[in-house]
Design a protein around this ligand. Structure first.
Ligand code: BGC
Length: 485
C-alpha cells in the first residue's frame, strides 16, 4: 500500500498509525545490535554456566548421506496437531515413501493432566498401527522417532527432560521430568508395539530432513505456532559437554531454543502490547523472542492494539459498536492477520467483511487503513526479528553462504514473510545489492523438507547406524537398539 492511501485518514487516526509505526519498526541499526547480542547469547548458552537460550545438545551426531534406509514410525506432538507417520527410507538416494494420519490435539489436553495427554497420544498411535499393520499382538516393536517440540534437556537421545512448556501448554507434573517413561508407560498399558529410538525437536528434524536432499542446508528453523532453530556445532565448541571428552571435531546438532532469547530484556524493542501478552501468559518472563514472532501471538498482538485503540485512545475506533467478540483473548490467530495482509482490494473490502463476519464489527474506511497498517507492522517486525536469529547463527559459525531450511505456518502461509526476512538478512549482513533480481542470496531461507516425519525417521536411522558402529554416546537404553542392529 502506498502512503498516498492515507490521504483520507483523519489527523488523529494518522497520529495513532505513526505511533504504531514508531513502536513496531525495527531499523537496520537495531537489527544489527540485536544480532550481535544474539551471537553472544548463543555462546553463553553453550558455556558451562549457561544463559537464557538453552542451546540443548541433541545427540544427533552427523548429517545424513542420502543413503539411509529402513522403515520407521514418527510421532509429531507439535503445538496444534498430532501427526503419526510411517516413513520408509528407500534404497534410492534421498528418496522416501510416507503414509500419515493427522489427529487434532484437543484444546483441553494442553492445560489438562499429564496422563490424559499420554493416553490420547498412545491411542492415536495404536489406531495408526492397527490400521496399517493389523493385529498389534503379532508385531515386533517398531522403532519410533518422537518429535517433542518443547525445550528438553537431553543427556541421551532417548531421553527428554522438559525444561518448560511453551506455546500455551501448561500441564502439571511434566516440567523437570523425563517425558519418555511417561510416554512408554501409556504405550505399554495399551500394548502398542513401539520402541523409542530418538526424541527430537522439530527444528533438528527440519535440519536433518532438509540436509537429506540439499547438502548446503546448515540451519533448520520453525516459524509456526512457536519459533526456534537448530544447527550443527562441533563438540569442541560446547564447553558444557567438555566433561564427556568427545572428540572436538565431532558434530553435534544443537537445538537452540532461541524463543528464549532476551528473556532478561536487554535488547528487544518490546511494546506495551508485548508486555501485556507476556504478563497474561502461563509463563511470564519466558520465550520473550518467540512472543514477538510466533504464530500463536501475532493475532493476539493485533487484538490488543485494536482493543486499546477502542478503549484508551481519543480516536476510539469502532465507536458505538459492540466489541465483545474482539475482547476474547486469543480469539484471532495469525491467519486473521494473513487475510488482512492478503486483501487485494484498494478499498480493503475483504478486510471489512472479515471484521463483520468474525467480530461483528463494521470498520469505517480510515479504520480499515489503520487495521491494514497494524497487520503489516506486526508481520514485518516478526519477519525482521526472525532474520536476526538466522544471521546470528551464521555469524557464529562463519557461514558466508548456505541454505536455511524453514517450516511452520508463519513461514509457509504468512504473506511476505519470506521476502521481508530476506530483506532484513541483507541489511544485517551488509550484502551488496543484487546484480539481477533472480540471483540467489548468499544465505537463503528456503522451504524445508518434512522435519517431524522424514527428519524424525532419518534421526532414528542415523542413531541406529552409529550404535551399530559402536558410537554409544548419548544412548540411555542400548537394549532398544539391539535387534534392529
Ligand atoms: C519450542 C521449540 C519448538 C518451537 C517450534 C517453541 O515453543 O520451545 O522446542 O522448536 O516452539 O515448534
Amino acid at each position: 500500500m502506498s502512503s498516498g492511501s492515507f490521504v483520507e485518514v483523519p489527523k488523529d487516526l494518522l497520529n495513532e498509525i505513526e505511533r504504531l509505526e514508531e513502536l513496531f519498526t525495527v531499523d537496520t541499526a537495531k537489527l544489527k545490535q540485536i544480532t550481535d547480542h544474539f551471537v553472544n547469547e548463543l555462546e553463553k548458552g553453550l558455556s558451562k554456566e549457561g544463559g537464557s537460550i538453552p542451546m540443548n545438545p541433541t545427540w544427533v551426531m552427523s548429517f545424513p548421506t542420502g543413503y539411509e534406509t529402513g522403515t520407521f514410525l514418527a510421532l509429531d506432538m507439535g503445538g496444534t496437531n498430532l501427526r503419526v507417520c510411517q516413513i520408509t527410507l528407500t534404497e534410492q538416494k534421498s528418496e522416501f515413501d510416507i503414509i500419515q494420519s493427522k489427529y487434532r490435539m484437543p484444546e483441553e489436553l494442553k492445560t489438562g493432566v499429564a496422563e490424559d495427554l499420554w493416553e490420547y497420544i498412545a491411542e492415536c498411535l495404536l489406531q495408526f498401527i492397527q490400521t496399517h499393520h493389523g493385529d498389534v499382538t503379532k508385531l515386533d516393536k517398531i522403532p519410533l522417532g518422537f518429535t517433542f517440540s518443547y525445550p528438553a534437556t537431553q543427556n541421551y537421545i532417548d531421553e527428554g527432560i522438559l525444561q518448560r512448556w511453551t506455546k500455551g501448554f501448561d500441564i502439571d507434573g511434566v516440567e523437570g521430568q523425563n517425558v519418555v517413561p511417561m510416554f512408554e508407560k501409556a504405550l505399554e498399558e495399551r500394548g502398542v508395539p513401539i520402541k523409542l529410538t530418538a526424541l527430537i525437536n522439530d527444528t533438528t528434524g527440519t535440519l536433518i530432513a532438509s540436509a537429506y536432499t540439499d547438502t548446503k542446508m546448515k540451519i533448520g528453523c520453525i516459524f509456526g505456532t512457536g519459533c526456534n532453530a537448530a544447527y550443527m556445532e562441533d563438540c569442541g565448541s560446547i564447553p558444557k559437554l567438555a566433561h564427556l571428552n568427545l572428540p572436538p571435531d565431532t558434530p553435534m546438532a544443537i537445538n537452540c531454543e532461541w524463543g528464549a532469547f532476551d528473556n532478561e530484556q536487554k535488547v528487544l524493542p518490546r511494546t506495551p502490547y508485548d508486555v501485556a501478552i507476556d504478563n497474561d501468559s502461563p509463563r511470564p518472563g519466558q520465550q520473550a523472542f518467540e512472543k514477538m514472532i510466533a504464530g500463536l501471538y501475532l493475532g493476539e498482538i493485533f487484538r490488543l492494539i485494536m482493543v486499546d485503540l477502542h478503549d484508551n485512545h481519543e480516536v476510539n475506533i469502532f465507536a458505538g459498536q459492540d466489541i465483545g467478540k474482539l475482547r476474547r483473548p486469543y480469539s484471532l490467530d495469525s491467519s486473521f492477520l494473513s487475510a488482512i495482509e492478503d486483501d487485494p482490494f484498494e478499498n480493503l473490502s475483504e478486510t471489512r467483511e472479515l471484521f463483520q463476519n468474525q467480530l461483528g464489527i463494521d470498520p469505517n474506511r480510515s479504520e480499515l487503513e489503520l487495521i491494514r497498517r497494524a497487520a503489516e507492522l506486526i508481520g514485518t517486525r516478526a519477519a525482521r526479528l526472525s532474520a536476526c536469529g538466522v544471521a546470528a547463527i551464521s555469524k557464529k559459525k562463519g557461514y558466508k553462504e548456505c541454505h536455511v531450511g524453514a517450516d511452520g505456518s508463519v513461514f509457509n502461509k504468512y504473506p511476505h514473510f519470506k521476502k521481508r526476512g530476506a530483506a532484513a538478512l541483507r541489511e544485517i549482513l551488509d550484502w551488496p545489492a543484487k546484480a539481477n533480481a533472480s540471483d540467489d542470496d548468499p544465505i537463503e531461507i528456503l522451504a524445508a523438507e518434512d522435519g517431524s516425519g522424514v527428519g524424525a525417521a532419518l534421526i532414528a536411522a542415523l542413531t541406529l547406524e552409529r550404535v551399530k558402529k559402536g558410537n554409544m554416546h548419548g544412548i540411555l537404553h542400548p537394549e532398544n537398539f539391539k535387534d534392529t542392529v
